[in-house]
Ligand binder design. Structure first.
Ligand code: ITT
Length: 204
């Protein structure tokens, strides 16, 4: 939805990418495509906030507002995750937390496979969600959400991308996101779809 008062996001502006996940920071920088200068939350010395909300949208807004207030610049945050139909949407907003303190995604992907065995379902349907929030230091914020559907495939395949990419095969494709050319993932991912909505709301 377009804000009632147009929010200005001038090309060339320095944006804080409010993430501590290098895989995400890489994809966000590619999507921003030279339009903005991007510094990460780490470079701006912004600590990671606790993700206390119960939705992707809530956590994306929380992270963007936190970074914009501390960094005194416009901030873009991403809250995202993998949801599995047979696991009633888990891990969902807990996707990063399933990898434990050492961010071990081989472990997190095994956990998904084990939980599927436990529930005894053959349904391998899953989807990725990405909420993107932009917050201004003086208060306003915009948030959008994108989704990509697919199926899970074990064992994990490919070492591109990040997180759960090696077990996710997007609908209509045979390669996992972990095997795909990064540009191919960027053309169809949940993050790309959210980004299209953000562009329509803010840049066009
Ligand atoms: P920040 O909060 O610092 O941005 P984070 O990794 O903790 O980093 P989230 O809480 O949003 O971020 O967790 C999202 C997790 O979901 C992420 O760590 C990945 O494991 C997974 N995920 C999100 N997008 C993904 C993608 O495009 N490919 C694979 N896994 C993805």
């Amino acid at each position: 939805m377009k804000p009632a008062m147009p929010l200005i996001l001038p090309a060339g502006e320095t944006l804080i990418a409010a993430t501590h996940n290098p895989g995400k920071a890489r994809e966000l920088a590619a999507l921003l495509d030279g339009r903005f200068k991007v510094i990460t939350a780490g470079e701006a010395n912004i600590p990671e906030p606790d993700e206390t909300e119960s939705t992707f949208v809530g956590n994306a807004l929380l992270k963007a507002r936190h970074a914009a207030q501390i960094g005194r610049r416009i901030a873009l945050a991403d809250d995202s995750g993998l949801s599995v139909t047979a696991l009633e949407g888990a891990p969902g907003i807990f996707s990063a937390r399933w990898a434990g303190p050492t961010k071990d995604f081989a472990l997190a992907m095994r956990k998904v496979e084990e939980r599927l065995e436990e529930v005894g379902s053959d349904d391998r349907a899953a989807w990725f969600t990405c909420a993107l929030a932009v917050a201004w230091p003086d208060g306003p914020a915009v948030v959008v959400e994108g989704r990509v559907d697919g199926t899970l495939s074990f064992p994990p395949r490919g070492n591109r991308g990040f997180g759960y990419d090696p077990i996710f095969v997007p609908e209509g494709h045979s390669q996992t996101f972990g095997e795909m050319d990064p540009a191919a993932k960027d053309a169809m991912s949940h993050r790309a779809r959210a980004f299209e909505l953000l562009k329509a709301a803010l840049f066009d």
